[in-house]
Design a protein around this ligand. Structure first.
Ligand code: SF4
Ligand code: SF4
Length: 377
């Protein structure tokens, strides 16, 4: 079925799962890779060359924290040499002047910096790391001083959504050109922490009007990306622009995935960069073709007019909530399983937030798929 498949726009290169932070909503899988399993520099360079040959335009260097890799500048340089636009997605806590200069000299073109909160005490608590916030502020200043465009990624949830106006002011003060107001997505670590993170309806309504007002007030100064979180949506988002349509993800150990959360899906043999080229994997692997297009869809998606708009929503969320990755995403109000999501949302919003389960290697709380079954009200 490769005839009408376009090349991916972007490669998410997850260089490592190591990270000094311990965010309870981390999008990394519950079973984190250890440093000894990571691809070496030469293999990553081959992967970048293969991505360019496939027609990919951008690479997002991500993790974990990509700055823990001492060869990051060499990878950025290689990306530029093969014609890829390079973006660094970082927590910023390991970024100093010398390291940034090395990356700029290697050709880095954009930095996306995450913030846990506008309030330092709360931010450090969410990150699970003392002094994280103050280091991030310093990192943002360095990025702007170096003349690189900056995107602030603000991950919002029940425990910081009240401070969205302050987060917007922070992004402005830091000189960001773009602010991603990113509501937590509930799979992996975030699914295990859903009760601590899911906002209430009142919080969400206020946040939506704060964004609407700020978008008008800051037009031409700060671009604000905002999508209503799945648990409150009426229709799902087109997850990753559709399975195997716009993005591919390479994990620290070299697994090639349609999205960063796909390792949570059982029964998949995701191909390895050691076994096949990215071109072979993108066009011909069973894993990338499984949920591509519309032929796999059950009803009501199969005959729905939005089937080529949202592509049936998120496969990982369908699995996390129903135990079956091939069902319609329960984020859709038309989904047979929508009542399940409504029940969970109402139960979580009514319960006390509780403590975080912090992300750390070797501390996975439960397999993601079974988490729902064990914790459903
Ligand atoms: S979400 Fe937090 S813990 Fe996960 S990689 Fe990013 S900074 Fe590290
Ligand atoms: S029924 Fe399927 S295709 Fe239609 S809006 Fe819902 S998820 Fe999208």
């Amino acid at each position: 079925m490769s005839g009408d498949i376009a090349p991916p726009l972007a490669l998410l290169a997850e260089l490592t799962h190591r990270c000094p932070l311990r965010c309870p909503y981390c999008s990394n899988p519950l079973e984190l890779e250890r440093a000894s399993a990571e691809l070496d520099q030469a293999t990553w360079q081959r992967v970048l060359s293969e991505a360019a040959a496939l027609g990919t335009l951008q690479v997002h260097f991500s993790g974990g924290e990509p700055l823990v890799r001492r060869d990051l500048a060499a990878l950025v340089r290689h990306a530029g040499a093969v014609g890829l636009y390079s973006n660094l997605i970082t927590s910023g806590v390991l970024l100093d002047r010398a390291r940034l200069a090395e990356l700029v000299e290697a050709g880095l073109e954009h930095v996306q910096l995450s913030f846990q909160d506008s309030d330092a005490v709360s931010a450090d608590r969410i990150a699970g790391l003392a002094e994280a916030h103050v280091k991030k502020l310093a990192a943002a200043a360095l990025v702007r001083e170096a003349g690189l465009p900056l995107t602030v990624n603000a991950v919002m949830h029940r425990q910081n959504l009240e401070r969205l106006p302050e987060m917007i002011e922070l992004a402005l003060k830091l000189g960001a050109g773009r602010l991603e107001v990113a509501h937590v997505q509930y799979y992996g670590w975030a699914l295990a922490n859903r009760r601590a993170l899911l906002p209430t309806e009142a919080q969400l309504e206020r946040a939506t009007s704060v964004v609407a007002e700020a978008r008008v007030r800051l037009k031409g100064i700060l671009t604000i990306d905002y999508v209503v979180p799945d648990y409150y949506a009426r229709r799902p988002k087109a997850c990753m622009g559709g399975w195997g349509r716009q993005f591919l993800n390479v994990s620290p150990a070299g697994k090639v995935l349609p999205c960063h959360a796909a390792e949570s899906l059982p029964g998949f043999e995701f191909p390895s960069v050691h076994a096949a080229s990215l071109t072979e994997i993108w066009y011909r692997s069973e894993a990338f073709n499984r949920f591509r297009g519309t032929a796999w869809m059950p009803e009501p998606c199969h005959s729905c007019e939005r089937r080529e708009i949202d592509w049936g929503g998120c496969r990982c969320q369908a699995f996390a909530l129903t135990g079956d990755a091939a069902r319609t995403d329960p984020a859709c109000a038309l989904a047979p399983d929508r009542a399940l999501l409504d029940r969970l949302r109402e139960a979580d919003a009514a319960a006390p937030a509780g403590d975080f389960i912090y992300r750390q290697i070797g501390a996975a709380p439960a397999p993601a798929g079974r988490y729902f079954l064990a914790h459903s009200p």
